[in-house]
Design a binder for this molecule. Structure first.
Ligand code: SAH
Length: 345
């Protein structure tokens, strides 16, 4: 057996996995090595997540944000961005489209909107749960525990809050006014309240080492998350990191593949950011451990305003349609009606 396949087996079977082993695997760059890592991850995906691609529709319902994250185009210092907040009617209209495609999970995402009334969102969750047979995932950032409880009691099923990086010093340097400890507190609260919790990181941040990414993967293993978004950094001109280079697709795919190998059955999206690196790398993601796609159901006129990074895929396509190409290229072609991708949970 080659040294690489022995190491992959070791990483697959050890809990906790060793940071040195992950760091070494992340450093490999030869084509044949990458192929072997991706193929191993693909077989783990097949074994633990099956052949189906889960489709989770996303509605980005507000781009207001109180934070100044150094990488994100929604940061509050970006005065050139027109801000929007969808009405309840607009959200319900998008939902009817999404549900009409047979999709069984909606992700309601926004910036950290100070004016978000927790009771308004609670009513929307309750209305969605009474009208549609659909799981509700929230992704609205750091909030108080009572708000998480309010939404959970109204029927919210899952919550997505990326840790972004587990290096607390790096976290601090990229998130002025925020605290790593509070982010961990939020993830803990969400778990205790019975949410299925999703997290994730950004690959290729300025000052991030391979060891940092390895530590992220160890955090993912310990956290037993429902879903993990592993996305590449893409620079946005109106941010502090606007002049930094984009993440390498290969490094992002390696981190994705190793996350699959280590966490086994976690749902891993081929992220929209992975589809927005100039080329669409989502098919490669789906062949290297990913099993989820997240088509966009934000109303067309608002979609380009949710510009967390530039060149975001699926800005102009009709609601939900632009995942089909990625599925077709990667594995099985499975589309139902035009504008829809196949459903899953
Ligand atoms: N307010 C919510 C949603 C944030 S936007 C929250 O805090 O959870 C969703 C995700 O976009 C973030 O978690 C971050 O990982 C990602 N993101 C933001 N800017 C990015 C960039 N320039 N490149 C890649 N990913 C980015």
């Amino acid at each position: 057996m080659s040294k690489l396949s022995e190491l992959l087996k070791k990483v697959y079977s050890h809990n906790p996995v060793r940071v040195e082993d992950l760091g070494y695997l992340l450093s490999l760059s030869k084509e044949e090595d990458l192929r072997e890592i991706f193929a191993f991850a693909d077989s783990v995906r097949r074994q633990f997540a099956g052949e189906g691609i889960l489709v989770r529709g996303i509605i980005e319902f507000s781009n207001f944000c109180r934070n100044s994250c150094f990488y994100c185009g929604l940061n509050k210092s970006n005065k050139t961005l027109s801000r929007y907040r969808l009405s309840r009617e607009e959200i319900m209209y998008s939902l009817s489209k999404l549900s009409g495609c047979g999709i069984k999970t909606v992700v309601l995402q926004s910036g950290e909107d100070d004016s978000l009334d927790p009771y308004w969102l609670k009513d929307i969750i309750a209305q969605i749960k009474s009208l549609f047979d659909i799981a509700v995932t929230l992704s609205v950032g750091e909030r108080e525990r009572y708000e998480y409880k309010l939404w959970r009691d109204a029927g919210a099923d899952r919550y997505l809050l990326k840790i972004e990086t587990t290096n607390s010093r790096l976290y601090k340097s990229l998130h002025p006014g925020m605290s790593f400890g509070n982010r961990l507190r939020c993830l803990q609260d969400l778990k205790e309240l019975g949410y299925q919790v999703g997290s994730g990181n950004i690959i290729g941040l300025r000052g991030q080492s391979l060891k940092d990414i390895a530590e992220d993967i160890i955090f993912f293993q310990a956290g037993e998350f429902d879903m993990l978004g592993i996305g590449p950094f893409i620079p946005h001109a109106k941010t502090e990191l606007g002049n930094e280079p984009s993440a390498q697709a290969a490094l992002t795919l390696k981190a994705l593949a190793l996350t699959r190998i280590v966490t086994k059955d976690t749902h891993l999206p081929a992220t929209t950011a992975l589809g927005s690196l100039g080329q669409d790398f989502r098919p490669q993601g789906l062949s290297a451990g990913a099993n989820v796609l997240m088509p966009n159901f934000t109303p067309q006129q608002y979609r380009r305003l949710y510009e967390i990074y530039p060149g975001k895929r699926c800005i102009d396509e009709p609601m939900g349609s632009c995942s089909i190409s990625a599925i077709g290229v990667a594995r099985r072609k499975k589309s139902t009606k035009s504008g829809c991708s196949t459903s899953s949970r």
